[in-house]
Design a protein around this ligand. Structure first.
Ligand SMILES: NC(=O)c1ccc[n+]([C@@H]2O[C@H](COP(=O)([O-])OP(=O)(O)OC[C@H]3O[C@@H](n4cnc5c(N)ncnc54)[C@H](OP(=O)(O)O)[C@@H]3O)[C@@H](O)[C@H]2O)c1
Length: 336
């Protein structure tokens, strides 16, 4: 089969090769991959800034994939040949609290990902593809869909009338807008672009802030909420901006620490955290039970992912370059 392999860090070391089609061991399934979506982590991994010490040479990258089961190993009971499936990123995290050992079983590094014609997956690391979604759409769900869902549903159970602040218009954030809108929340979105903010409104954003022209976006959030702040902040930017996320949250509000676009370390004003009694919650995507819940929710609300662009398999490096330039929604590589 053809597979992209990361033979060293740097996009120039992502090579298209012929490798053997793997065969499924007990409890494993062989998936004919149709589509792979890219996340910021996939690019950070190629650049060598995402846990580089854990990445094997010759890794097949691509955390998120969707396709059809082509063969099953012995004792597989949960899926059958012909089923449409979507990969589950933390492949061994099924439910319950996070355990450190899950970290070594991330698809697309350290475990092989989906950027190949076939992918081996455990029967426990797939979920059924939502029936009304194409594989291109479904491939966007495992990280970008599950992460904001996990934060808003598992840690706060966001409901109608609650408010949420969403930063930017990348993959995670666009899903967050769609999900929060279906939950009936008030949605404040920040972006560097007025044009993207207009599109965010079409997806359900109720208030928008351009963080370039209004650098004190936390102040703007407080103004919009009569000084109260929001129930939930989805912080995908990280860095020192985290202190402003705390400012923008209500008393007892939840600040979900998701991303690190602006840096992996921060300085906080602890008095803000203490006085606001802020709940600062790290998020690492989510478990498979929650992913199944998400699939049902998407189906019920007929939500379809927002796809920025689709690249052919042979042009995978161009998809990574496009991600670096910024996208509205998701970038997908079509494999088959
Ligand atoms: N912890 C987890 O489980 C988890 C899961 C998924 C992603 N993440 C992390 O979350 C972050 C976003 O991931 P992604 O895949 O959604 O990335 P992405 O698709 O590349 O989106 C990035 C977007 O963030 C916005 N942005 C950048 N700098 C900003 C700033 N200073 N203030 C506000 N918005 C800013 C930009 O939106 P505009 O163009 O609109 O300005 C940009 O388009 C990454 O750090 C990623 O690693 C973490």
């Amino acid at each position: 089969m053809r597979a992209w392999t990361l033979d060293n860090f740097g996009l120039e070391n992502l090579n298209l090769r012929e490798v053997d089609v793997p065969s499924p061991a007990p409890h494993e399934v062989l998936v004919k991959v149709s589509a792979v979506s890219l996340n910021y982590r996939d690019k950070a991994l190629v650049d060598g800034i995402y846990a580089p010490e854990k990445m094997p040479k010759g890794l097949i990258p691509g955390a998120d994939s969707a396709g059809t089961v082509a063969a099953v190993g012995r004792d597989v009971t949960k899926v059958a040949v012909g089923d449409r499936v979507t990969s589950h990123f933390y492949s061994t995290w099924q439910d319950g609290p996070w355990l450190p050992e899950y970290a070594d079983f991330q698809l697309g590094g350290p475990l092989d990902g989906g950027l190949a014609e076939y992918q081996l997956l455990s029967e426990d690391s797939v979920v059924p593809t939502p029936p009304d979604m194409t594989d291109v759409e479904a491939a966007t769900l495992p990280i970008a869909g599950l992460t904001p869902w996990f934060a808003m549903r598992e840690y706060r159970n966001l409901k109608a009338g609650d408010s949420v602040l969403i930063q930017g218009t990348g993959g995670v954030s666009i899903f967050a807008i769609q999900l929060a809108s279906a939950m009936g929340a008030r949605i404040i979105v920040t972006s560097s672009s007025d044009e993207k903010l207009l599109r965010a409104r079409e997806l359900g954003a109720t208030d928008t802030i351009n963080y370039r022209t209004s650098p004190d976006w936390a102040g703007a959030v407080l103004e919009l909420t009569d000084g109260a702040g929001v129930d939930v902040v989805l912080d995908v930017v990280g860095g020192d901006g985290l202190r402003n996320s705390v400012r923008a949250a209500k008393g007892n509000g939840l600040v979900a620490v998701i991303g690190f676009l602006d840096g992996q370390t921060t300085t906080l004003d602890l008095m803000d955290v203490i006085w606001h009694q802020t709940q600062i919650q790290g998020i690492a995507v989510g478990h498979r039970r929650s992913f199944n819940d998400l699939v049902r929710f998407l189906d019920k609300h007929a939500i379809h992912p927002v796809i920025d662009s689709v690249f052919p398999f042979e042009e995978a490096p161009r998809a990574y370059e496009k991600l670096a330039q910024g996208a509205f929604g998701k970038i997908v590589i079509e494999v088959a």
